[in-house]
Design a protein around this ligand. Structure first.
Ligand SMILES: Nc1ncnc2c1ncn2[C@@H]1O[C@H](COP(=O)(O)OP(=O)(O)OP(=O)(O)O)[C@@H](O)[C@H]1O
Ligand SMILES: [Mg+2]
Length: 257
């Protein structure tokens, strides 16, 4: 498995390789979650996408992902299919892995208006975060702020929000981050003036739309400035336990330096 570092996001250092573009090779297996402690000393697990189906794999040793090139016939790795509801299985079948983070994966589909999906990983914290993110994005979208244009109908599974659909955006090149730093700062200040903070300002969470407008993404750690941070947001994000905007500006200044 090649090792191309694709993420500059603070908590995504585990991500060792880029998954794929929309036409990614169906026979190849890709991790879609970080390696997690499987609870027994040196046992680790993660979820893998193979042929647009999810599998849980468990291995022993170090947290580094095992070689997946012969998936599912792997040496000293246990492989378990992950059952999905028929509706979620259809969503997986009709989309391809684009990227993934600590709490969600991003998939690309051929949906005409909202081709990009963000799907929570199947654990309680990830589901809480995606529901929170969907609600915040709904508020921010209605305020006309530069955030992803989302489908107002979330993806629901078993009565619970597990994801949402949005319009496609483009990554900024390194030079654009510098070249457009004033636009980025303006967008952050607009968000703050509206009374919200993002909580995860990194280069990979700044994108642009088809009209070249700067768009902030990834609102799982976002909230209303001054209100209490819910327990599902990791407590290292806001040391005070209260949503505040200063962290966004500090993070922005750090990577723009
Ligand atoms: N609307 C979109 N169009 C195209 N690509 C997107 C879109 N939204 C997200 N992405 C891609 O997916 C990546 C991960 O998205 P996002 O940050 O929302 O997920 P995440 O799971 O919270 O990731 P992380 O934990 O690494 O921050 C983005 O950095 C971007 O490259
Ligand atoms: Mg992100």
């Amino acid at each position: 498995m090649e090792h191309l570092l694709v993420s500059t996001s603070s908590d995504a250092s585990y991500r060792s390789s880029t998954p794929c573009e929309f036409h990614c090779h169906l026979n190849r297996a890709w991790p879609i979650t970080p390696p997690q402690d499987a609870g027994d000393g040196d046992l680790f697990r993660c979820i893998v996408d193979h042929g647009r189906n999810p599998f849980s794999i468990v291995w022993q040793g170090s947290p580094e992902y095992p070689d997946l090139s012969n998936f599912p016939a792997l040496d000293r790795v246990e492989v378990f299919p992950l059952p999905l509801s028929p509706a979620l299985a259809a969503i997986w079948r009709n989309s391809a892995l684009l990227d993934y983070g600590s709490y969600a994966s991003i998939r690309a589909s051929e949906h005409s208006r909202f081709p990009i999906l963000k799907l929570a990983h199947p654990d309680t914290q990830s589901l809480e975060l995606i529901e929170h993110e969907f609600n915040i994005l709904t508020d921010l979208q209605s305020l006309g702020l530069p955030v992803p244009e989302i489908d107002t109908q979330p993806i629901v599974d078993g009565g619970r929000i597990c994801g949402y659909r949005m319009k496609a955006l483009s990554k900024l090149k390194q030079y654009e981050l510098h070249h457009r730093q004033h636009d980025i700062q303006r967008v952050l200040l607009r968000l703050h003036s509206a009374g919200f903070c993002n909580g995860d300002v990194t280069p990979s969470n700044i994108m642009k739309d088809g009209n070249d407008r700067i768009i902030l993404i990834d609102f799982g750690f976002a909230g209303r400035v001054g209100s209490a941070v819910p327990p599902f947001i990791p407590n290292w994000v806001y040391a005070s336990g209260i949503f505040e905007a200063e962290g966004d500006l500090k993070a922005f200044k750090r990577f723009i330096r």
